[in-house]
Ligand binder design. Structure first.
Ligand code: G3I
Length: 338
């Protein structure tokens, strides 16, 4: 029927995942997760700042709850993430004297962090986002000028993959980024991935975050991106899928309350068509696409409610605020040969 669950409709294709917080793991949201999804990601609970807020002090509670919920319900787990420039605690870049640490010290700290986290969930987390968003947005630059880059150069990327692979040789290791379909960023991400492959760095694939909108991506750009990345022999996972009803507005940070915050039939139809288009491509490329994960469960809560405009409601997911399937959901589950 129409109400076939996502995970069942896509059984022959790829696991369908969802990003969660611990507060989602009871009540109606937990039920929806169990019914619809067969992969899970911690939206924030496994990031460095959450797990190791102070040196040597590891907070496992939330991450452990998500992992045990998944295992209990037969749901696969994607780990997110081991090295990023955001949600990274300040201590990691500083010595006791308050000065910036050396490259050797920083890499040692990165190694300790990655080894400890990956080892704790060894055999439970099947794929990790090892390095997140290391390529710059400005086409004039190559890598992002983060603290990691300033202190370690490109080596932090290589080392992060090596440490993760040493800790769990069976886990699949991903480089994860956004705007991966925009040609100028795509080419630079490709260059990074190619250089990693050429040096035998243990990278298995690329995560396309897929924070999209009604405008982006165009079908031909998404197709080209999938073709280009997979030409390196890499797998592709769609790691943070949502389709904003607002255009992408870089730098727009001010709250403009009440601004177009209603989900009209016209927007719902356009969003459904966009979801239909991208899932058609995902199915076409099932040979290389090995997971599709939504970034949150339903329109009840999304990070986009606060980004880039604080407090502006968005409606980016397949389920509405009452957890009822939207038009986009029907477009995604109803296809031939399911
Ligand atoms: O937990 C505190 C809470 O105690 C406090 O009262 C509240 C007040 O602001 O903040 C809460 O922390 C927030 C946290 O999410 C948990 O809700 C942070 O402020 C907020 O910055 C944080 O945002 C997360 C963001 O990453 C951080 O940059 C989003 O939830 C999360 O969806 C988002 O996810 C990222 C991916 O990891 C990487 N790709 C992009 C994606 C979207 O930005």
């Amino acid at each position: 029927s129409d109400q076939l669950a996502l995970k069942d409709a896509y059984k022959k294709y790829f696991p369908i995942g969802v990003a969660v917080a611990v507060r989602n793991l009871h009540g109606d949201e937990a039920q929806l997760i169990k019914n619809q999804f067969n992969s899970i990601t911690a939206e924030n609970a496994m990031k460095m700042g959450s797990i190791q807020p102070k040196e040597g002090i590891f907070h496992w509670k939330d991450a452990d709850s998500i992992v045990s919920f998944a295992i209990k319900n037969g749901i696969k787990i994607r780990g997110h993430n081991l090295c990023w420039h955001e949600q990274t605690p300040d201590w990691i870049f500083k010595g006791d004297d308050g000065k910036e640490v050396t490259k050797a010290v920083l890499l040692q700290r990165l190694k300790t962090h990655i080894t400890t986290v990956v080892n704790r969930y060894k055999g439970k987390i099947y794929a990790w986002d090892v390095v997140n968003e290391a390529v710059d947005d400005d086409p004039k630059n190559f890598l992002r000028n983060s603290k990691w880059y300033q202190i370690c150069g490109e080596d932090f990327i290589i080392k992060a993959f090596e440490y993760a692979h040493a800790a769990d040789p069976s886990a699949k290791l991903y480089y994860n980024d956004y705007n991966t379909e925009r040609p100028e960023k795509r080419d630079r991400i490709y260059k990074l991935l190619k250089s990693l492959r050429d040096r035998d760095v243990p990278v298995d694939g690329i995560g396309l975050q897929a924070h999209w909108s009604l405008q982006e991506p165009a079908e031909n750009e998404l197709r080209s991106a999938i073709e280009q990345y997979s030409s390196l022999g890499l797998k592709i996972q769609i790691t943070e899928l949502d389709i904003s009803i607002y255009p992408w507005e870089p730098g727009k940070r001010d709250k403009k309350q009440g601004e177009n915050d209603s989900f009209t039939t016209d927007l719902e139809n356009k969003q459904a068509a966009k979801y239909a288009m991208v899932f058609k491509l995902f199915r076409e490329y099932k040979r290389v696409i090995t997971n599709v994960t939504f970034w949150n469960i339903s329109d009840r809560y999304s990070w986009l409610d606060n980004f880039p405009v604080m407090g502006r409601k968005n409606y980016p997911l397949l389920f509405d605020r009452n957890l009822q399937p939207k038009k986009a959901y029907h477009e995604v589950v109803n296809f031939k040969n399911r």
